[in-house]
Design a protein around this ligand. Sequence first.
Ligand SMILES: [Zn+2]
Length: 228
Amino acid sequence: MNLLKDVKLLFLPNRCLHCKTIINENVSFLCLDCSLKLEYAHYTQTDDNPIKKIFWGRINLINATTLYIYQKNSPIQSLLKELKYKGLTSFGTYAAKAIISEIDQSPFFNTIDYVIPIPLHPKKERKRGYNQVELFGTTLANYFQVPFVKNALIKTDNNQSQTKQNKDERYKSVKNSFLANKKHDFHQKHILLVDDVLTTGATLISCCKALQKEHTIKISIITIAYAI
Ligand SMILES: [Zn+2]
């Protein structure tokens, strides 16, 4: 499969993943025009940023940040679609390195003990072949020199994609969708939860609550993008 992909790459020109223009083979993912359209959030240096505000009164977070602002029909939407559905897992590593360069300059995120991804339902992960936040999470875990605990959370129902649901429906559908894996003991530890896109925060809140039900923990959040 990979060999076939490599052979195809030898003969097919490298195209921008958003506008499909042919690009220089040394450029990653996007043409220059589309790269310039990427909107960086730059929230990592501030304590009370818009990501943290989403969770105010709902979950007590230590820190929260994101790399990009997500807009419909923008280059970031194309990249996240490729990451999620077409195996562009290298974008997860790329995004993690970009947010790490921000964290490096930040007074926050310096006490992380574990990195935990938002899980997919096992059936969905088998079908897709991977969890799209895994490389984003493992790259961050390597940076913090802490374990990446892939099975800390368990997705219990294989509910429909949230994209067509309104805000209330999303909250209801994810409310009890996650359980903490009792195998792990995170007592008094600082957990970093990672996800690809933050929208209403419903999924992340559900995951935080599942973990907090089992352990007394501190939680921070980093996502690749935030859909305003
Ligand atoms: Zn382009």
